[in-house]
Design a protein around this ligand. Sequence first.
Ligand SMILES: C[S@@+](CC[C@H](N)C(=O)[O-])C[C@H]1O[C@@H](n2cnc3c(N)ncnc32)[C@H](O)[C@@H]1O
Length: 276
Amino acid sequence: MLKIDVITLFPEMIASAASFGVLGQGLKESLLEVQAHTPREFASDKHRTADDRPFGGGDGMIMLAETLEKTILKVKHKNSKVIYLSPQGPVLTDEKARALAKEEHLVFVCGRYGGIDQRILNTYIDEELSIGDYVLSGGELGALVAIDSLSRFIPGVLGHGESADKDSFSEGLLEHPNFTRPREYLDQSVPEVLLGGNHAVIAEWKRKVSALVTLKKRPDLFLSYLEKENEAYKNLKKKKKGKPLDELFKFWQALSDKDKKVLGLSELSFWEDFHG
Ligand SMILES: C[S@@+](CC[C@H](N)C(=O)[O-])C[C@H]1O[C@@H](n2cnc3c(N)ncnc32)[C@H](O)[C@@H]1O
């Protein structure tokens, strides 16, 4: 079972936010464990100080090395991966979340104020992790984002029939649009193919719609997907179908105007970039 220790000045934030939804259920069922610890526990003064002014001046306070070190040593063992949430780290991806879900023990260190003493980084941090190119006031939301996304890859956390492998990014594509009852709403109808009950046809249709949605919303992801598809096509001995992009274009052309509209695929301005 994956154990996660979060080092933070605000442990209540972690316990509270992690208690909802599939993550909260996963914790109740002991599919993973999350515990928060505060460096204040190791502060020796009556104010339980865990930060101080930076040497050389500058804005904000810096989290003290000693209290942080003692907290890290309290939880860390030889198989731990210690991660500092930081705007300077590589940005969290689906692939990274999958990899983190396979670890035995994660320690997330959350900075506050101006960050943490560099010597803690040099000595104890195995890697830095960012959740995006912007600055948060603390690492807690970053740790929670990482915990939420990795927990989806822990077997049993998602409910029956749900799988993270069908979500956006899992095959390098965004997910297709979804619909539920009623069939007609706001003058728009659910595409006929989804009502037909032919699972193989539906799966193939969803995959192609996913590719089109990715082309429209994330041309950068679509390009990587297309490169892989082209490579696979090149290696095919018997080519029963046309090139992947030509086949996708044919599929899009064959969609009715009504379906294109309800899928948000009426206009695909990036066709020329890939096709031309
Ligand atoms: C105000 S920030 C400190 C930023 C630091 N002075 C810098 O410029 O790199 C306070 C804390 O928020 C967290 N943090 C800020 N932005 C983050 C991001 N994009 N991803 C993950 N954690 C972040 C880090 O733990 C950081 O120590």
